[in-house]
Design a binder for this molecule. Structure first.
Ligand code: CA
Length: 231
């Protein structure tokens, strides 16, 4: 069955172009043109991914994103006019999986949607758990426990953590993290990797306090070692 994409975009011309390209790429598409209609459309259509414009009339993209996150972990790609804006917003733990900056090429958007879907759906068939000491990941159920704490992670955060655990005690570059997560390497996503790592660290710290779990290897990338929580 075709993956369903929900487009939330007030510029009707852009929404129409995206729909055209996405349908040609084999997706099924629903589009709404303001924030207020986003949630009802989401609940009715249950899309595989939401492409969400930041600046919307009614309810802005930020509020829509927060509301969607309360409903579950559907992959979200934010659309914005400015890169700096997005760096700040991802920092606000929005939980978006990726973002694209206007003006964009529709082909690029299709490629990014495919990459996020591969990343978020790719691991579901490996019915197994992986462990790094006190950190346990259920790859089939897509749940992560740190000691007794269930971590509430977005799909991208889970995917990146899974790659780190599967290659524990090895340094992974951002490019390797991208590749292992089957994403498409591009500069903006490399920056979002850093942000996802930051969010992961904060969630782990909230759960168990200041235990160093993901190491930054300056100039190279990241490494995760065996996790040992003090009793
Ligand atoms: Ca807009």
């Amino acid at each position: 069955m075709a993956d369903k994409i929900l487009i939330v975009e007030d510029e009707v011309r852009i929404a129409r172009t995206l729909r055209l390209y996405l349908e040609q790429a084999g997706f099924s598409v629903t589009a709404v043109h303001d924030g207020l209609h986003a949630l009802p459309a989401f609940r009715q259509e249950r899309p595989s991914l939401v492409l969400l414009d930041l600046n919307l009339p009614g309810l802005d993209g930020l509020d829509v994103c927060r509301t969607l996150r309360r409903e579950g972990n559907v992959p979200i790609i934010m659309v914005t006019a400015r890169t700096e804006e997005m760096d700040r917003l991802i920092g606000l733990e929005l939980g978006a999986d990726d973002y694209v900056v206007k003006p964009f090429s529709p082909r690029e958007v299709v490629a990014r949607i495919r990459a996020v879907l591969r990343r978020t759906q790719g691991a579901t068939s490996t019915a197994d758990t992986v462990r790094a000491g006190d950190l346990l990941l259920d790859l089939a159920g897509r749940r992560a426990w740190l000691g007794d704490h269930l971590l509430l992670l977005t799909q991208s955060e889970f995917e990146i953590l899974a790659v780190l655990v599967q290659h524990k005690e090895r340094v992974l570059s951002r490019a390797q993290l991208l590749e292992a997560a089957q994403g498409i390497a591009h500069e903006e996503f490399a920056r979002t990797i850093d942000q996802h790592i930051k969010n992961l660290r904060r969630k782990m710290k909230d759960a168990v306090g200041d235990v160093p779990i993901i190491q930054t290897i300056y100039g190279v990338g990241y490494r995760l070692d065996e996790v040992v929580l003090s009793p």
